[in-house]
Each structure stands twice: as structure tokens, then as C-alpha cells.
Write a protein that binds this ligand. Structure first.
Ligand SMILES: Nc1ncnc2c1ncn2[C@@H]1O[C@H](COP(=O)(O)OP(=O)(O)OP(=O)(O)O)[C@@H](O)[C@H]1O
Ligand SMILES: [Mg+2]
Length: 271
């Protein structure tokens, strides 16, 4: 987008820069002293126990929650800046839990992803129609594109919501637990799709998941969050759960990651 100025850092375009950020909710400090930089083309996995502040971090990045201190910049702009329109794609936690009685087809839902402040009152043109078709194809839903979303399986709905983000042509895609409720095949094809978007189209991805095995298999970089960032580095250096407990100074992480009903322990799945 022409209005976007991109800061350079070490020769790589900076997509996100967070400095000394703290966030409180209902008077309680949830995140403190967050420092994070994400560059173009990175695929970053964000993990941490229940209630550790992962969704809060994403909502703060998006500007939906106010920060108590520190700064957040995306593409060099503050969150919610109109210069960012169309550049950020967001798949919220439980986004696929759309009311079943909504009468809207997959194609219509994905089309909504192409609406932004600039084209809101314009006709739906060929270029946008092609983007919608491509996004639906990418998530492998062409055969149900005219079906109401209420009739889809959970995994199909999840993919439809992701297609909506893809159709927006956002440069930076933020996903909160997109793998919940989808079966293993769909999960693997989704991870592969996201990986391809980084490699082939230079998209930048920040994804929260409790499925450690799946995310380690795909993300290039991992962040472990618990009020603050406790680990940030290459996926291959990401500590196993036992060492994570050391990182936290307590031995609770193991239960926490497992107590989640959709948690998956890191396992050798041979994939
Ligand atoms: N609206 C709110 N008002 C006050 N506190 C909140 C609110 N929403 C969440 N919190 C608290 O903020 C903390 C972090 O919540 P958050 O949803 O960011 O965690 P999370 O890491 O995304 O957890 P999960 O893995 O369960 O999705 C929790 O202690 C939670 O109780
Ligand atoms: Mg969450």
C-alpha cells in the first residue's frame, strides 16, 4: 500500500516493533515490559499457558486494548492508524464459532475480507472477485463456496474464516488459535498454506497455538509468553517443556499446557 512507510532494520523490513509495553485489564497487570520486533517474511509462533496474556498481546498489537506504557508500531504506524487499512489480517480466537443461523455463504464471508475503508462504497470488481476465488481455493473450499457457513463442519468454518483474512491481501496476518477444532489433515494443509504464504508471498505471520507439536513443525521462530516474554528465538532452540518450567522458575508449565482441553504435548508424530 503506497502510504505505508517501512522502517528498515538490519536490511529487513520491520513489520512490528513493540517497546517496553505494559497492558492492564480491569486494573490488573497482564503484560509487562514486552519488547518484540517482527520482520517481513517471518512466521512466529506464540505459545504460553492459559491466561498468560497471548490474546491480550494480540489485541494490544491491533490497538483494541490500550497499553499502559510503552509503544507499538506496525509498518511504522500506531495501531488503528488509517494508514494500516487492509494491511493487517486478523483471525480471532474462536472466530469460527459464527452463529449457525447466519445466512451467509462461504463466498460472501470471504468477500467481506476485501472490504476496507477505501473501497467500501465501490462496486465489487473483477480484481476483488479473483482474490476471493483464490483465497477460497487456497483453503480448499471451492466445492462448498456457495454453501451457507452454518452447514459446514468446524474445520471448514475455520478455513473459511482464514480465507477471509487471506482475501484481504494483508501483509501481516495475526491468528489466535486457528487450529482448534480442525482435524489433522486440515491442520497440516493449513500450516503448509501459511508457510507458503511466508516463503512465496513474503507475508508475515504471528500465530498463537496450544498445539506445540504443530507449531514447532512450522514456525521459524517461537515466543513463550507468561506476563512477559520468557523465550524468543529460533524454533530449533525452543526448550522442551521441562526446561520451560525452569524458565518460569516453577514446575507448573507441564500441567498448564496439558490442562487445556485442546492441548497437544510435543510428540514425535513423524510428520
Ligand atoms: N476483559 C477482561 N478483563 C479483565 N481481565 C481479563 C479480561 N480478559 C482476559 N483477562 C485476563 O487477562 C489474562 C490474560 O488473558 P488472555 O486471554 O490474554 O490469555 P491467553 O494467553 O490468551 O489465554 P488462553 O490460552 O486461555 O486463550 C487472564 O488472567 C484473564 O483472566
Ligand atoms: Mg487466548
Amino acid at each position: 500500500m503506497e502510504s505505508i512507510t517501512i522502517e528498515q532494520s538490519d536490511g529487513k523490513e520491520m513489520i512490528l516493533a513493540i517497546e517496553n509495553m505494559s497492558v492492564a485489564r480491569s486494573g490488573k497487570l497482564i503484560l509487562s515490559d514486552i519488547n518484540l520486533r517482527i520482520h517481513k517474511g517471518e512466521f512466529v509462533g506464540l505459545v504460553g499457558p492459559n491466561g498468560s496474556g497471548k490474546s491480550t498481546l494480540l489485541l494490544s498489537i491491533l490497538g483494541i486494548l490500550k497499553t499502559q506504557s510503552g509503544s507499538v508500531k506496525m509498518f511504522g504506524h500506531s495501531p488503528m492508524s488509517k494508514n494500516l487499512h487492509g494491511n493487517i489480517g486478523w483471525v480471532s480466537q474462536a472466530a469460527a464459532n459464527l452463529p449457525r443461523d447466519i445466512k451467509i455463504t462461504v463466498r460472501e464471508l470471504v468477500q467481506l475480507g476485501t472490504v476496507n475503508a477505501k473501497n467500501m462504497f465501490q462496486l465489487f470488481d473483477k480484481e476483488r472477485a479473483a482474490r476471493v476465488e483464490k483465497a477460497i481455493q487456497m483453503v480448499d473450499l471451492l466445492d462448498v463456496k456457495n454453501t451457507d457457513i452454518g452447514r459446514l463442519s468446524g474445520g471448514q468454518r475455520q478455513r473459511a474464516v482464514i480465507a477471509r483474512a487471506l482475501a484481504s491481501e494483508a501483509e501481516f496476518i495475526i491468528l489466535d488459535e486457528p487450529l482448534v477444532g480442525i482435524d489433522r489433515d486440515a491442520r497440516n494443509s493449513l500450516l503448509k498454506l501459511l508457510d507458503n504464504l511466508c516463503h512465496d508471498e513474503g507475508k508475515t505471520i504471528l500465530m498463537v497455538s496450544h498445539d506445540l507439536a504443530a507449531i514447532r513443525q512450522t514456525a521459524h521462530r517461537m515466543i513463550f509468553l507468561e506476563e512477559t516474554i520468557r523465550f524468543d528465538g529460533d524454533t530449533e532452540d525452543f526448550p522442551d517443556l521441562v526446561s520451560l518450567a525452569d524458565l518460569r522458575g516453577i514446575g507448573r508449565v507441564h500441567e498448564d499446557m496439558h490442562s487445556h482441553n485442546h492441548a497437544t504435548a510435543p510428540s514425535k508424530e513423524g510428520e
